[in-house]
Design a protein around this ligand. Sequence first.
Ligand SMILES: *Cc1c(COP(=O)(O)O)cnc(C)c1O
Length: 286
Amino acid sequence: MASMAERAGGEVVGVSAPWGQPLDPTNVETAFAEHSPDVFAFVHAETSTGVLQPEVPKLTEIAHANDALVIADTVTSLGGVELRVDAWDIDVAYAGPQKCLSCPPGASPLTLNDRAMEKVLSREQAPRSWYLDLALLEGYWGEDRAYHHTAPVTNVYALREALRLVAEEGIEERWERHREVAGTLKAGVEGLGLEMNAAEEWWLPSLNAVRVPEIVDDGAVIDHLLSEYDIEIASGLGDLEGEIWRIGCMGHSAREKNVSYLLSALGDALESEGFESEASAPVVSD
Ligand SMILES: *Cc1c(COP(=O)(O)O)cnc(C)c1O
């Protein structure tokens, strides 16, 4: 997000938290007092660390008290974990179809409230991106149907079908399914003797970050799962490279049977790496 804003000519000030922890509203408040930004952007479901940002209304309240707009990255939240864009007073939220909506990539959900649209429509300078000129897009998406681009029609149908399935299941039921199924996953990896990266209160059901035990090579386990079981899990990024595995539990694939398959595969992969998992009989390693 920072890099995108900078490329668009924005001046970015970062508020950081240790990898594996959410943003601390106090630090956000301090940064506001010091820099008075026009926009505050944050990631709701942080896929690189398996952390769910709690207390979003606290963050939006700080931003609005300082006359700033709030942009939320909800790519791994939408359709997977509780997300209340309007009730939490988020001005702009974007997501992706390919995570918890289990839809092909290509067309992305985006929402702006009136406050954000007012800002878009009152710009003095045209934005540098013609394709993401939301004022032009409003004419295209709205009543006017003014030409702007050719829509990816097949993606729109795909997204409509994905959303229809969400409506059929019920959004709250879907959040609950993610919590339950990922809860089985979490209990299972803990049963194997592994630890989650994020504390319980920030646990992100749609992306489970699991600590790699000291004696285990993270890449060997990833390769083992892929070659023996056709399961792909991801490695850690940045500060957490080599420290965690990232296991997605998203959308249609968030099912108990996938979790039990993953758990037995992971137990096997760990065993072949010489890790004595607590769930299985003691393993004798050389
Ligand atoms: C996956 C992900 C992205 C990137 O989505 P793309 O569609 O690949 O650009 C951005 N933010 C978060 C939080 C994600 O999980």
